[in-house]
Design a protein around this ligand. Structure first.
Ligand SMILES: Cc1ncc(COP(=O)(O)O)c(C=O)c1O
Length: 353
């Protein structure tokens, strides 16, 4: 067997980011630096589980709790194994082979993967100089106006939110499905979840992997109008969210204090890390999220490798279009940021010797 035996649209796919981690300080995945979600951890401690039964088919318990939180109906929600599964389900549900799917550049690297899995045709639209949306280009014309369009706000890897008025204009102009990926929206203190019933074509995706500090349990969901939610649940793999993760997510939703504390910590540390990076010669981009993208003062590979040697992982975006020589790092606590920036100073010293 060689790669020509694979379906054409997936032949060029390669394996995803999978670094050797050991005991390194991980500032490369934008997870919550305060550690495991405490309510979820407490729930897991007291778990008495029947391993022999299937979980609820569509995670009704979690969807009920989400409905309560946002003032919507349980039937507005689709829950799954990370928001990656939800994204995959959306592309599978609405993409005919060859159909044009629009993504902004730069944005989350897995979007093109989901388009390939669904055998769609990728259409990339450049963000402007400030990493904001070109509304007319994004909304597209003809076939491009009908396929799935996705916008992550805050955007990954750039960190900024898109303007609310641009998001709303795109929603008005684009006929096809519009996904608003709000993986990091807690940090920006804004969401469009409660507005999904006002739109025919809006799907808002969210995750428990970031502000809720539960990436290891793989829980994601989307909110949308009742008709679209029914379509997505009909396509999604049944039982894909296990009951351990579902129960932990329900417990986590009931502890909004932890999320607030996490977001407050990031809001406090963000300007400090931004200023420190500038002082070190980086060119950081403004962020509304829990990470910062910055142009490195030395070659990006030397920066990444130098930090790796010092047991600190940050993410390399330096070889990609629009983020040339850039690296992305998670915003830590004061203490973790000091460890990271001390290591950066050490790398710079070594490089300038
Ligand atoms: C913009 C964006 N969307 C979605 C995801 C996927 O999150 P999950 O862990 O819920 O699959 C990520 C993860 O890094 C992300 O950055």
């Amino acid at each position: 067997m060689d790669r020509s035996s694979m379906r054409k649209s997936v032949q060029k796919l390669t394996m995803y980011y999978n670094p050797k981690v050991g005991d390194a300080l991980r500032m490369d995945t934008n997870t919550n630096v305060l550690g495991s979600n405490p309510a979820a951890a407490e729930y897991l401690k007291h778990l008495d589980l029947n391993l022999n039964g299937y979980p609820n088919t569509y995670s009704d318990g979690l969807r009920t709790e989400l409905a309560r939180l946002y003032g919507l109906k349980m039937e507005n929600f689709v829950a799954g194994n990370g928001s990656d599964e939800i994204l995959n389900t959306i592309y599978t549900t609405f993409t005919e082979p060859g159909q044009v799917c629009t993504i902004p550049v730069p944005s989350y690297s897995l979007y093109s993967y989901f388009v390939d899995l669904a055998s769609g045709t990728l259409r990339e639209v450049e963000l402007d100089e400030e990493f904001q949306l070109d509304v007319d280009e994004m909304a597209g014309k003809g076939a491009a106006n009908k396929g799935i369009l996705i916008m992550p706000s805050p955007n990954n890897p750039t960190g900024n939110c898109f303007r609310q008025k641009d998001i709303e204009s795109i929603l008005a102009k684009h006929e096809g499905i519009v996904i608003l990926d709000e993986a990091y929206s807690e940090y920006a203190r804004q969401t469009m979840v409660s507005k999904v019933d006002e739109f025919d074509n809006l799907i808002v995706c969210k995750t428990f992997s970031k502000a809720y500090a539960m990436a290891n349990l793989r829980v994601g969901y989307c909110a949308t109008n009742l008709k679209v939610a029914d379509m997505l649940n009909s396509v999604k793999v049944p039982y894909s969210l296990n009951s351990v993760s579902e129960g932990a997510a329900i417990a986590a939703l009931k502890d909004q204090d932890f999320v607030k504390r996490s977001v407050d910590m990031v809001s406090e540390q963000r300007p400090k890390l931004f200023a420190k990076l500038k002082e070190l010669g980086f060119e950081p981009y403004p962020s509304d999220s829990n990470f910062i993208l910055a142009k490195s003062p030395i070659d990006h590979v030397k920066m990444i490798e130098g930090l790796k040697k010092r047991n600190v992982l940050i993410r390399d975006f330096g070889s990609k279009r629009r983020t040339e020589n850039c690296v992305r790092m998670t915003i830590g606590t004061e203490e973790l940021n000091k460890i990271m920036t001390d290591a950066i100073e050490d790398v710079l010293r070594e490089e300038r010797r």
